[in-house]
Design a binder for this molecule. Sequence first.
Ligand SMILES: NC(=O)c1ccc[n+]([C@@H]2O[C@H](COP(=O)([O-])OP(=O)(O)OC[C@H]3O[C@@H](n4cnc5c(N)ncnc54)[C@H](OP(=O)(O)O)[C@@H]3O)[C@@H](O)[C@H]2O)c1
Length: 329
Amino acid sequence: MRIGVLGAASIAWRRVLPAMAACPDIDVVAVAARDMGRARRFADRFGCAAVAGYQPLLERADIDAVYVPLPAALHHAWAARALRAGKHVLVEKPMAGSAEEARELVTLATRAGLVLRENFMFLHHPRHDAVESLLRSGRIGELRSLHAALCIPPLPAEDIRYVPELGGGALLDAGVYPLRTAMRFLGRGLRVAGATLRTRAADGLDLSGQVLLAADSGVQASLEFGFEHAYAARYALWGSRARLTTEHAFSPAADQRPALLLEEQGGTERIDLPAADQYLRCVADFASAVRTEGASDGPDEACRRADAVTTLELADRIRACAVRVEVAG
Ligand SMILES: NC(=O)c1ccc[n+]([C@@H]2O[C@H](COP(=O)([O-])OP(=O)(O)OC[C@H]3O[C@@H](n4cnc5c(N)ncnc54)[C@H](OP(=O)(O)O)[C@@H]3O)[C@@H](O)[C@H]2O)c1
C-alpha cells in the first residue's frame, strides 16, 4: 500500500510513521505540510517525498491511501477530499467533529468502495481480548460496572487541543478513549445518564469531564478524562466476584508487558501478558484491508465505521446534556 500523509504532526512522527516504516506492506510515499521545512524534516527521516500543501498530495497518482493526523476539526474536510480523490483513508481519532460529519464520511467511503478507518490504535492491543476472555470465563462474575479514565497533565499553551476552532477540548481528544473502552466491552447501545464538563471561562473549551453511561444489559459505566490531572490511562471491569484493572491501557510502548490485576475476596492475582506493538498491528491491519478485494464492503469495515459514528453520537449527547462548571484556565 502506497500512502501519503497530510500534516507533519507529532503523532505521525512519534508513533504512526515509524510503525508504517516498519511494516513491509506499507510504502510511505510522501508527507505534505503547510510549511515545506516541516515536510522536509519528515521526508529526510522516512525517505519519502516532501509536498507543500495538502491538496497537491491528494492529486498524486502514486498514492493509494492517505493518513490524516490533522486537528479534529479538519478531519472531516480532508478525509472527504481524500475519499473524493479516490484514496483510502486512515484518519486520526475522532473520525470527525460530530456524528453528522462522520456519517457523511461513511457515506462517501461506502459509495466509492474505499476503506475508511479511524486510527484508534489501542483497540489493536491483544490485552483487551485477554480481558474479554476472563470476563467470558466468569472470573469476574456478573459484570456490574466499568470504570475508564484517560487524564493527562496540562499541555503547552499553544497546543491544538486548546483551540476551539480546531476541535480542541478534552472530550474529543481524551474522552473518546474511555468512551471507546465502554463500547469495546458493553457494545454500542449505551445511554448517556449524565455528564459534567469543567470548561475554560474565557471560551467554554472543555478541560476535563466525567460521564455516566448505562448499557441495555444494566451494566453502568463511569468515565473520566481531561488535560488537568496527574497522568492516568486505565480501566476496570467490576463484577460480582472480582474486579479486573489494567493500567497504561491506551498508549503502551511496543515492548511494554501489560498486567491485569484481579482483585478477589481472598487476594489479588497479577496476570502478566506478552508485549505487543499496537501501532504496527493497527497500520498493518489497515494495509491488509486496503489490499483485500471488496474489504470495504464487508461486515468488518461496516462495524468499524458504525463504531466511529456511535462514538461521536455519544460525544454529541454528552455535549448536549453536560452540566458545565466554569474554571479559570
Ligand atoms: N491515535 C493516537 O494515539 C493519537 C495520539 C495523539 C494525537 N492523535 C490525534 O492526531 C491528531 C494530531 O495530533 P498531534 O498531537 O500530532 O498534533 P500536532 O503535532 O499539533 O499536529 C497537527 C498537525 O495539523 C496540521 N495543521 C493543519 N492546520 C492546522 C492549523 N490551523 N493549526 C495547527 N495545525 C494545523 C499541522 O500540519 P503542518 O505540518 O501542515 O503544519 C500539524 O502537523 C489529532 O487529531 C489528535 O487527536 C492521535
